[in-house]
Design a protein around this ligand. Structure first.
Ligand code: SAH
Length: 481
């Protein structure tokens, strides 16, 4: 609430009344009105009236209230939790108010705000649910109008529903983790099957429905979905990924996942970036694992968004192992990996009858070691090679493959920002590949595809790689190192 929001001069509270004495003093209609109001509670009602009107007298008798048939005396209010002065005589109301205050008992004097410690609200009663409407005495008629409106709005079955809720409260607190699982249970309780059964007047089936709901809710703990966000274009997201995003309580995402995809999540989902992005601190893998476990254990539906396919160079293996060890359930939703997006952008057949019958997805980083990895021989025997994170090792990749016997005129296709409107395509041969390393203008993610099958691609929208060979080496930057 802001500083200058209007302030209440009387603050609403609910006073414990069960088994406690409340005293009403007065002979006529005002006393009767207060007695009636108080009879909506389980307070022990004492009416002090020496000369009750016939209406008041018969109400007292019919409602089993305690009748003190004597003029007002201070000992009549001893031990009371509330006192109502409704004598209609100013001096007497004054005395009562003073006595009550001296005894530390909150007092209300009908139509005399100065003598009141509290005001009585208009009440919508769906016990144990109560709505109290107050106007600080400014508009009793307004309070009645509002009361009537609210009364029409709320089903009479809300009372029994709240009573039923009370009998489930302990179990829900014991069995459901605090936060969204418990909130979801109560939401469903108050709007779903239990509410509908009571609305139809069927208390037994409402209890049954609530029991089943609790059993179902305890079975559903937190869950993490490792979801492939695809190469960047929003419409390359799978329908399953979209559904999970729209149901998510928390979305944990990498730097390469575009904002537009993150934005497709449920509006009030927590959004947690964990990758390096424009100077933001990135989390270590151990921190990410711990975060996923925490979110899962707190009962959240978590979407762990990774670019492309989550199982391709996404460190999903470590995350899955950590979740398994922690006993957090998880699932994997595949996505379109960058190599496929790159191939599509070039209309490049990754397998080509008679030319290439296998594919290698690699980072190229293992080419830096002393021994040639197995995939180099696969490349030589015709496999199509897709190099992830390969920009900074382009020269090594080319040199080692040529050393190993791959002809230096083997076709190469390179795409930056595959699938996105900002994509840029380049083509050349293995001999041109080292030029990639010195291209400072490539700031987006870059995918390189090498092999004879690449020769079958469509280079109509692509620039020759060699054209940039002469560009001076610049500092390495971007996401592709
Ligand atoms: N799991 C991801 C790969 C993550 S590794 C996937 O399946 O695609 C990151 C590397 O993927 C980048 O360095 C780049 O080589 C490649 N990459 C991701 N998105 C790309 C895109 N839109 N265009 C080109 N390469 C991309």
């Amino acid at each position: 609430m802001t500083e200058d929001a209007p302030r209440l001069n009387a603050f609403p509270i609910f006073m414990r009344a069960q088994g406690r004495t409340v005293v009403v003093i007065g002979d006529g209609d005002e006393a009767l009105a207060k007695a009636r109001l108080l009879a909506q509670s389980s307070a022990l009602l004492r009416v002090v009236t020496a000369r009750p009107t016939p209406a008041l007298l018969s109400w007292i008798e019919a409602n089993d209230a305690e009748h003190v048939r004597a003029p007002y005396a201070p000992d009549q209010i001893e031990g009371a939790v509330m006192v109502f002065a409704a004598t209609g005589i100013e001096a007497l109301d004054h005395r009562i108010s003073n006595d009550a205050r001296a005894a530390g008992i909150p007092v209300n004097a009908v139509d005399r705000p100065d003598l009141c410690d509290f005001f009585t609200p208009a009440i919508v009663n769906r016990a144990p649910l109560a709505i109290a409407i107050g106007t600080e005495g400014a508009g009793p008629v307004l309070a009645q109008i509002v009361r009537a409106r609210i009364d029409r709005l709320l089903s009479p079955s809300l009372g029994p529903l709240a009573t039923l809720a009370n009998t489930f409260r302990d179990a829900a607190e014991r069995l459901l983790p605090k936060g969204s699982p418990r909130r979801r249970f109560w939401n469903e309780f108050f709007t779903g099957a239990p509410a509908r059964a009571l609305e139809a007047g069927n208390a037994a089936s409402a209890r049954q429905a609530a029991t089943e709901l609790l059993a179902r809710s305890t079975a559903t703990r937190g869950h993490v979905a490792l979801v492939g966000a695809g190469p960047g274009a929003e419409d390359l997201l799978t329908l399953r990924a979209q559904r999970l995003l729209m149901d998510a309580d928390a979305i944990v995402f990498d730097a390469l996942v575009p904002d537009a995809v993150v934005a497709m999540g449920r509006r009030d989902a927590e959004r947690l970036p964990v990758g390096k992005r424009k100077g933001c601190h990135s989390k270590s893998q151990a921190e990410i694992n711990a975060l996923l476990i925490d979110l899962g254990n707190s009962g959240k539906r978590v979407v762990r968004l990774k670019s492309g396919d989550p199982l391709v160079f996404g460190r999903a293996g470590e995350e899955m192992a950590a979740l398994r060890d922690a006993g957090v359930s998880y699932e994997v939703v595949p996505g379109v990996t960058a190599a496929f997006a790159a191939a599509a952008d070039f209309e490049l057949p990754l397998t080509l009858r008679g030319v290439s019958s296998s594919m290698v997805f690699t980072t190229g980083h293992d080419l830096k070691g002393g021994t040639l990895p197995d995939w180099a021989s696969l490349a030589i025997s015709g496999a199509t090679v897709a190099v992830y994170m390969g920009r900074s090792v382009a020269a090594d990749v080319a040199a080692r493959l040529i050393d190993a016997g791959l002809p230096s005129d083997t076709a190469v296709a390179v795409v930056e920002n595959a699938s996105l409107p900002t994509r840029r395509r380049f083509h050349g041969t293995l001999a041109d590949l080292p030029s990639l390393e010195s291209r400072a203008d490539l700031t987006g993610p870059v995918m390189t595809v090498i092999g004879d099958a690449v020769a079958g691609a469509n280079f109509e929208h692509s620039t020759p790689l060699a054209a940039h060979r002469q560009v001076a080496p610049a500092e390495h930057q971007g996401t592709d190192a």
